[in-house]
Design a protein around this ligand. Sequence first.
Ligand code: GDP
Length: 613
Amino acid sequence: MQAPAIGGVQAPRGNGKAIRLPQGASLTDFAEKIGANPAALVQIMMHLGEMVTATQSVSEDTLKILGEELDFDVHVVSPEDEDRELLESFDIEYGEDEGGEDHLQVRPPVVTVMGHVDHGKTRLLDAIRNANVVAGEAGGITQHIGAYQVQTEVDGQERKITFIDTPGHEAFTAMRARGADTTDLVVLVVAADDGVKPQTTEAIDHATAAGVPIVVAVNKIDKEGADPQRVRAQLTEYGLVAEEFGGQTLFVDVSAKQGLNIDSLLESIVLTADAELDLKANPDMPAQGVAIEAHLDKGRGSVATVLVQRGTLNVGDSIVCGVAHGRVRALLDENYNPVERAEPSRPVQVLGLTAVPGAGDTFLVVEDDRVARQIADKRTARKRNAELLKSRPKHTLEELFDDLKRGERQELLLIIKGDVSGSVEALEDSLLKIDVGDEVNLRVIRRGVGAITQDDVNLSLASEGAVIIGFNVRPERNAQVLADREGVDIRYYSVIYQAIEEVEAALKGMLKPEFEEVQLGTAEVREIFKVPRIGNISGSMVLSGTINRNSKARLVRDGVVVADNLTVSSLRRFKDDATEVREGFECGIGVGYNDLKLGDVIETFEMREKPRD
Ligand code: GDP
């Protein structure tokens, strides 16, 4: 490799050699890859017009520009690719069943319940769970752990179904956004007395986009005015055609309240899964899957509900889940009963993790604790880098210039902490949907479960004033003290929509006010008087509205503006000063403009702030 000088700086050249760098890498990382001095790269970037420090995370563009300059072919690796590579370096493949066809066994379908608000999703999930208590643990206390499994008999065979216990499409899409396709089948709940509503069709769209089959539960058939046939007719428009109308979709009339036809709903789920899906997994491998919900429990530490997707999870396994790791101390089912193992599609609570994973984080069982820790540590470091990159203040001149041209784009940075990961994801999702136009941006630079910590406050400070949102959580004492001292804004909520309302208000507050012109009045020039030291005054007739002293004015001649930016500097009725003259009255108007002609029209107006809607 030669070492030519770039702007007087010595650096190795790549001659087109390919190098791979993670998103959010720093110049030090770059330097390490090519055996250069980080300080030299800093100087080169300076020559290229960008000020960055050696250890600071830089953007993908910066890495590429630097690569081009030094003749390296830079590939910036996405977090997913990077994670795959990380696991590969431990000889682990995530997301594939080991072995061939003959290792695969049928697994239960995983179901999410969706539908319009108040159509009975929660009640239906309760009804299904309760109906099954008889079959399962008599008298068992059923807990909400994020998912549960029930049994049902179909054609003389015991079959299982797993239900995700967070209804609605927010959780569903939040998980999908993170690449965790947990749901095999959607139960669409439509109230028979209300019919198809906006969120019904949204749910259909989400299920269709995910390529997931739908079973329709026509609910509340016990109610007066219930019209299950109308629901069937309405849904044909959305491609859900009932069997009796010649279609493929199973419709089941149920009453969640009275526990009516719950069995046939379960049967329809199994039949649809059998007909449309080939749900199989290899139970004989180290378990892999996804975290559905997680929280910090005072007594038990991190408690995560995971869904096993392949393999079997055992007590004593070494496990990594997102940035959390640990050895499985205990597995609990939805009745809080300890279980020894969990097979594919089985949701269980895992005790023993060192930290709280996020909803949608994948988990996998590895050889031993050491490997688990190494993977978790690497992920933590990467997450930290990514956060720093996100909170990075703007540096390049171009960016600054762009901002100026655009009238300075504003950005609201948020750090979200919540009690359970499900609510954090749901809140983030809803907040990101707030739309107040292009001028203002919202960016979440950190999300997590648990109390607000000193580190959160520090991140807020490092990012020049990110607002911290606590959803059902409080700050640790030191964190509060630090926040008070440094003036960091921490806000507490326990209801999602309140958080949304306030954040939306904050975003609107960041918008520069928009003004619109409101016309106040017009007056015609009928005579022109010359007044010493003041100039020409027009003897006018107010044609419309009012003319006010000191208001803004322009002069219009034959429909053309001949002078703008004028001000009504003198206004008189006969010999007296006036502040306002109304339509139909004569007055003398001085606008500080001498070239007046008879027949000119003086228009007055004011700029009013436009309300944002
Ligand atoms: P979600 O918003 O879809 O989760 O709806 P909920 O499960 O909270 O139910 C909304 C309301 O409808 C509650 O008052 C329920 O008691 C009621 N409800 C749910 N299912 C039925 C049913 O089958 N029959 C009747 N009469 N009411 C129901």
